[in-house]
Design a protein around this ligand. Structure first.
Ligand code: ADP
Ligand code: MG
Ligand code: MG
Length: 255
């Protein structure tokens, strides 16, 4: 059982022109076993929320708290966050030239598990998860995210999820750049992980289509840097019909 609590979180983005407030008081509790969809127009601050939780240096928390089982996440180093059971998949994952996927995954697993996984067992585990995600085996020797297509980056993210076994996963726009088949493969892998692990999922998305594959227990509308409405699955259907205009007062371009 794990609980992620976000309490009145405010955060700025740090730019050359100074700080700009993006998160304006986010409140959300995610418990293991629950899937929360965070849906909002482009530019509403959804990615800023995931960066703030991840501790990205370009985002400065100005007030509020993020707690994982009562522990202050914002005080933890990136490694400590991972060890505590937090998994953060970014909308734009970083490229790490010169570091192969297999080395990267093994060091990530070592950081999270506190000891290096036994090599033979590890190779088997990785192969198994890769085949579930339809990832070709040569992928393991490629540099992390370098020259990956959008779809490959997303598969890689879910591969990490399956191997690192977090208690709470924040998935930012996992559906972006995926064609219909890739979306199905990735969604099935997330669903399998959910079925076998007590995980809390925050699924950040602009579009409702991924919610046809990954069923949310709760849907939250994110606008102006905070959650402005919460409900069940039916709220996603409403959004599909009416868009975000009701919440923002203006029609939003897709993207
Ligand atoms: P979303 O993920 O909902 O599309 P973001 O969190 O990416 O929204 O962006 C929220 C707002 O913060 C936008 O207005 C965006 O332009 C601004 N923003 C985000 N990152 C930066 C940055 N590095 N520099 C300047 N503005 C930024
Ligand atoms: Mg965006
Ligand atoms: Mg975003």
């Amino acid at each position: 059982m794990a609980t992620l609590e976000i309490k009145d979180l405010r955060a700025d983005v740090v730019t050359d022109e100074g700080n700009k407030e993006i998160l304006t008081g986010v409140n959300l509790t995610v418990r293991s076993g629950e899937t929360h969809a965070i849906m909002g127009p482009n530019g509403s601050g959804k990615s800023t929320l995931s960066y703030a939780i991840a501790g990205h240096p370009k985002y400065q928390v100005t007030s509020g708290e993020v707690l994982l089982d009562g522990e202050n996440v914002l005080d933890m180093s990136v490694d400590e966050r991972a060890r505590a059971g937090l998994f953060l998949a970014m909308q734009y994952p970083v490229e790490v030239p010169g570091v192969s996927m297999s080395n990267f995954l093994r060091s990530a697993a070592t950081a999270v598990r506190g000891e290096a996984p036994k090599l033979r067992h590890w190779v088997k585990e990785v192969k198994q998860e890769m085949s579930k995600l339809d990832i070709a085996s040569e992928f393991a020797e490629r540099s992390v995210n370098e020259g990956f297509s959008g779809g490959e980056k997303k598969r890689h993210e879910i591969l990490q999820l399956a191997l690192l076994k977090p208690k709470v996963a924040v998935l930012d726009e996992t559906d972006s750049g995926l064609d219909v088949d890739a979306l199905r493969v990735v969604s099935e892998a997330v669903n399998e992980y959910k079925a076998n692990n007590e995980v809390g999922v925050m699924l950040i998305t602009h579009y409702t289509r991924i919610l046809r594959h990954i069923q949310p227990d709760f849907v939250h509308v994110f606008a102006g840097g905070r959650i402005v409405e919460s409900g069940g699955k039916e709220l996603a259907d409403d959004l599909e019909e009416t868009g975000y205009v009701k919440y923002t007062g203006k029609a939003e371009a897709a993207g």
